[in-house]
Design a protein around this ligand. Structure first.
Ligand SMILES: NC(=O)c1ccc[n+]([C@@H]2O[C@H](COP(=O)([O-])OP(=O)(O)OC[C@H]3O[C@@H](n4cnc5c(N)ncnc54)[C@H](OP(=O)(O)O)[C@@H]3O)[C@@H](O)[C@H]2O)c1
Length: 277
């Protein structure tokens, strides 16, 4: 698995990690064992960055991730979780972060994000929480998710000393606007982008026909699947990492192998241009 630097932190993070949205509450033991197996398989293949959130399965995802990572030394995995921005008071936010840690069975997150901006909650309050968690050693890095560049800058301005090292955004071959409009901002400042829903959430269904044909041609050339090419397109962009989700071992393997695919600039442009048409 190829590693890259998280922002300018010196921290090495795999370009491909694993998502966990969709792990539901109230399911059978077999269901959870199945998820734990695929996450564990992914970790073995180097996808050691696991993304979760208090919102996923009402905390169930964090619980399952906690059971998986408990089998590893703390520094062998990189766990990101997110605060659901529905906690209005500062004390509620702090409690929510602590509950997430409790469910994960961890003393600290590797990275903690604000899941999305909430216009009814002052961003300053969210940033105060992130800065305090950092100071208390309850998270190693902080960031945001679903923030526009403008909101990202505003959030950064609210921090006294700390830096936001990550924005987690929806980016995939069928949804490229953050790359086309704003990648230069993130690259200029060295901020890492995590591409969520790298396979369009449903495994690249309903892609534009022209784009699909191009992906198929590129895939054939690389002896790969279109899913692997879609992931490769993301991680071939400087400063972008991703977190595909899969509950199937063969897909987990395919996703990990995508880290080895190097696309030429012509192939990268072909994918970008067909989106822009
Ligand atoms: N910050 C946010 O607001 C936000 C929002 C959405 C998602 N996320 C994060 O991003 C993660 C990934 O996004 P996502 O869950 O929306 O979906 P995704 O990773 O874009 O796509 C998942 C779908 O692709 C299929 N798939 C995975 N690997 C495949 C492969 N190699 N070949 C064919 N199909 C494959 C999966 O099916 P199988 O299980 O059958 O493989 C599943 O149906 C989430 O789990 C979550 O952690 C964050």
């Amino acid at each position: 698995m190829r590693l890259t630097e998280l922002d300018k932190t010196g921290e090495k993070i795999p370009v491909i990690g694993q998502g966990t949205w969709g792990i539901q509450a109230g399911k059978s033991k077999d269901y959870y064992e199945h998820w734990k197996k695929s996450l564990t398989h992914g970790i073995k293949l180097g996808m050691t960055h696991i993304d979760t959130a208090e919102a996923y399965g009402l905390g169930t995802s964090e619980r399952i991730v906690g059971e998986v990572v408990a089998k590893y030394d703390r520094d062998e995995v990189f766990v990101t979780s997110k605060l659901l921005p529905t906690h209005f008071r500062y004390s509620q936010m702090k409690k929510a972060a602590e509950k997430s840690l409790e469910r994960l069975g961890l003393k600290y997150f590797d990275m903690y994000l604000i899941h999305f901006p909430n216009p009814f909650i002052p961003i300053k309050r969210n940033m105060r929480l992130l800065e305090e968690l950092l100071a208390e050693g309850k998270t190693r890095y902080i960031g945001v998710s679903n923030f526009s560049v403008k909101k990202f800058q505003k959030a950064q301005e609210c921090l006294k000393k700390a830096e936001l090292v990550n924005n987690q955004l929806r980016i995939n071959v069928g949804y490229q606007k953050h790359i086309i409009n704003n990648i230069s901002f993130y690259q200029k400042h060295g901020i890492t982008l995590t591409a969520f829903s790298p396979l369009g959430h449903r495994g690249l269904k309903n892609l534009d026909l022209e784009l699909m044909e191009k992906l198929e041609k590129i895939a054939e050339r690389h002896n790969a699947t279109i899913h692997q090419i879609a992931i490769a397109w993301l991680i071939n962009i400087n400063g972008v990492i991703t977190i595909p989700k899969s509950s199937q071992l063969n897909h987990v393997e395919a996703n990990a192998l995508a880290s080895e695919i190097v696309l030429s600039s012509k192939e990268m442009n072909l994918i970008t241009q067909s989106y822009m048409k």
